[in-house]
Design a protein. Sequence first.
Length: 255
Amino acid sequence: MRLQDKVAIITGAGSGQGKASALMFAQQGATVIVAEMNEQAGKETVKQITDAGQHAFFYQTDISDEENVRQLVETVHEKYKKIDILFNNAGIGFSARSKYKMASVLETPLEDWNSILGINLNGVYLMSKYVLPIMIKQNKGSIIHNASLNGIIGVSGADAYTASKGGVVALTRVMAADYGKHNIRINCICPGAINTPMISEVLDDPEIAKNYETGPLGRVGEPEEIASAALFLASDEASYITGLIMPVDGGWSAV
Ligand SMILES: NC(=O)c1ccc[n+]([C@@H]2O[C@H](COP(=O)([O-])OP(=O)(O)OC[C@H]3O[C@@H](n4cnc5c(N)ncnc54)[C@H](O)[C@@H]3O)[C@@H](O)[C@H]2O)c1
């Protein structure tokens, strides 16, 4: 019970890493607010948690919409009187299903650039902007951002995605500097290739998939392996850790 009685908001908790984190946080005693754009997926996560006798609550959220984010945070604060943990996980990225083009600068329409940054970077800013005042009043909080390996190394293509994740990495450091005095810890996970719907179509193609099965551990990661890192950073076990940019990538960035 590493998160006993904690209240945690997890964005994008209807799928992949966010869902794995929601299930794990709830198992560890947290009440989890599933802040997810996809209603069906978000409600399914909540059902799995409550069916197991644990606590969760769905709030349909588009993290790129300021009014929506403001209402989410107000509702959670009114209901639970505190917010201990914010996992800024939701994002859009590599997927054949994505309506946004993942390409280099020359092939990226401005509209797609703005949409990708609007979710992956502005969404993190907006969620933080509305949760921080509550954590400042509590004089305690843990915020975890989910960036990407693309935020720390240059991978060809997906330039808007890469820029958005680089922005999240930089934002982690400056937020840690700004809010440490309020006992708020801000850390960032940089996943490598993780087996979630975001990249499932890529992994389904054996020719492309083998490009992802490189690095010291020679395999892609599972969403639970990100959830474990998020759980540690969220918990009081990480009480002296802030401003950390943590690759969880099977060693991909080390070689
Ligand atoms: N899967 C990977 O290989 C990988 C690698 C590095 C980083 N990441 C990052 O990890 C995070 C989680 O991705 P995942 O792999 O679990 O993908 P996923 O597609 O399985 O899950 C993402 C979830 O976010 C939700 N979402 C998207 N836009 C939203 C919005 N505007 N508001 C609220 N919710 C929204 C989606 O509905 C979905 O449920 C993302 O930020 C992604 O960029 C993924």
